[in-house]
Design a protein around this ligand. Structure first.
Ligand code: BG6
Ligand code: MG
Length: 209
């Protein structure tokens, strides 16, 4: 194995919680219920697909233009939460594990559905750290389609089957399986038991390699 492709939100840092907070504000404004379970279904999928999950509970129907306005509203709230982030939001455990994988000779990439990935990487001090970043800005289909990971592998010049994908989203593990990657689940994704490895902590990656 030559490379690692990491999801960002909920794997490298806890921005998944900020997504949850921001969607909750929108749900309240629309008067629809919104739970952790709903939020777990938003993991890995694009902003507009995440909005559709939230709108399933709404009796009102929205036009495409109105949906774009709602998604923009959520993104503004989300970005204001990101503003408070800094290097403190990258844990020692994650940074140390990444450094050790690199020392072992692995190439490291990001494979994220987010269009905010670059802002987040800057905030936590990891801009220019990864060998490649594939995110919501360079894909046409989001997870569970494997496109984002295939692009990341291409950017690193490594065949998909020689890369591990690390994911906290069910859709992300499904995407990695579809793309022929070796799959590693952390966080919410471990309960589905569909990945090859299901880890209780990020540093357990070092036990695999
Ligand atoms: C993924 C999150 O990383 O990015 C999803 O898991 C989110 O929940 C998606 O919808 C898109 O994020 P953004 O930052 O482009 O709105
Ligand atoms: Mg994630």
């Amino acid at each position: 194995m030559k490379g690692f492709i990491f999801d960002l939100d909920g794997v490298i840092c806890s921005t998944d919680e900020y997504h949850y907070e921001a969607w909750k504000v929108l749900a309240k404004k629309l008067g629809v219920s919104f739970s952790r379970m709903d939020n777990n279904r938003q993991r890995g999928v694009s902003r507009m697909e995440s909005l559709e999950v939230l709108l399933e509970k709404s009796e009102k129907l929205f036009t495409e233009d109105e949906k774009v306005t709602l998604a923009d509203y959520k993104n503004k709230i989300y970005q204001s939460l990101l503003n408070n982030m800094g290097e403190k939001d990258l844990s020692y455990e994650v940074k140390d594990t990444l450094d050790r994988l690199r020392e072992k000779g692995y190439k490291l990439a990001i494979g994220s559905s987010s269009r905010n990935a670059k802002i987040i990487l800057e905030k936590i001090g990891l801009d220019n750290y990864f060998d490649a970043v594939s995110d919501g800005n360079n894909i046409t289909k989001s997870k569970p389609d494997p496109e984002v990971f295939i692009k990341a592998a291409e950017y690193m010049n490594i065949p998909c089957e020689q890369c591990y994908v690390v994911e906290d989203a069910k859709s992300g593990v499904e995407a990695a399986i579809a793309g022929g990657f070796k799959t590693i689940a952390v966080g919410d994704a471990i309960k589905y038991k569909i990945a090859e490895y299901n880890l209780n902590s990020f540093q357990e990656l070092l036990k695999i390699v």
